[in-house]
Write a protein that binds this ligand. Structure first.
Ligand code: FES
Length: 314
């Protein structure tokens, strides 16, 4: 697990009908909050004891506080629910330093597409793009626009002319998708089904997949099982070789061999465990690395090997 540090809850307030917004500040006399770039998330140790990841939705330029928005989720195993119901002003929480697997690429124009609570990483992007005078737009899909989180801010100046609310994809895909443009980056976040639908529609309309940047809140379904063939991992710095048996992750095999590994979500979603891959071909099962990055990096918590051995920069 990545290391956690304490912060204070300066405010905990309802946001929309089913979310809570937390404002977290550094402890008095302690170090300030680490900087972050739009799209970053932090791990939070929830009162239930489960660690969960949440996007930072405040302005990256404002390090006086981190802002998180947590949705109460009936399907939750208790992590988000405990944050929504048990956290109050003045409490201390443990969080990780920000990590970013969803950063803004260079582009002439940015179209942000958010479904439900998938709006959160897009908010810090939107603030940055607006401050930079960038060409941008936001399509916000939310079942009840009048009760949606952040509706007042998004309907006010200077954002309102950039933001379009829709209830669901039944109302149509974002208009801009009908005109593929090579200079535009699409930043897409929301429930898996929503993202899959937007992604497929965009590609079918002529957008290149690498123009569509995504962040999943849950791991994508893997068609693979961890019970595939064993393989070897060579650690380039020490020369040590570790066997990864069928049914065990690279991270588990390394930890069992006494080698320290950064871990957080352990589901291929957060990027904490990614290390440089020097030789061999990875069987990539995370949702963080781009196709290009897969040639030179691998996620240790979930990915395996297509070759008998992998050499890691460890
Ligand atoms: S621990 Fe999160 S991607 Fe591996």
């Amino acid at each position: 697990m990545s290391s956690l540090f304490p912060v204070l809850v300066e405010d905990a307030a309802p946001e929309g009908t089913d979310c809570v917004r937390l404002r977290l500040v550094a402890r008095p006399g302690g170090e300030g909050l680490p900087s972050f770039e739009p799209g970053a998330h932090v791990d939070v140790m929830t009162p239930s004891g489960l660690i969960r990841q949440y996007s930072l939705c405040g302005a990256a330029e404002d390090l006086s506080a981190y802002e998180l928005c947590i949705r109460r989720d009936a399907a939750s195993r208790g992590g988000s629910e405990s944050l929504c119901t048990q956290v109050s002003r003045g409490m201390e929480l443990l969080i990780s330093a920000p990590r970013n697997a969803f950063s803004l690429p260079d582009a002439q124009r940015y179209m942000l597409v958010g479904g439900g609570i998938g709006i959160t990483p897009l908010l810090s992007m939107m603030r940055r793009l607006q401050a930079n005078g960038a060409d941008w737009g936001l399509s916000y899909y939310t079942r009840e626009p009048d009760q949606a989180p952040f509706r007042d801010m998004l309907r006010a100046s200077p954002y309102r002319e950039h933001v379009r609310f829709s209830r669901s994809l039944k109302d149509g895909y974002p208009d801009f998708l009908e005109m593929p443009s090579p200079d535009t980056a699409i930043m897409l976040c929301g429930p898996d089904g929503f993202m899959d639908a937007v992604f497929s529609h965009a590609v079918a309309t002529g957008w290149r997949p690498e123009q569509i940047h995504t962040e999943y809140f849950r791991p994508t379904e893997s068609t693979h099982a961890l019970s595939d063939r064993p393989f070897e991992v060579v650690l380039a710095r020490s020369g040590q070789t570790v066997t990864v048996p069928a049914g065990q992750s690279i991270a588990s095999a390394l930890l069992a061999a006494g080698i320290d590994v950064d871990l957080s979500c352990e589901q291929g979603m957060c990027g904490a465990c990614i290390v440089p891959l020097l030789a061999g071909e990875g069987d990539h099962r995370d949702v963080v690395l781009t196709e290009e990055e897969q040639g030179s990096h691998i996620a240790l918590c979930c990915s395996r090997s297509r070759t008998p051995s992998l050499t890691l920069d460890l």
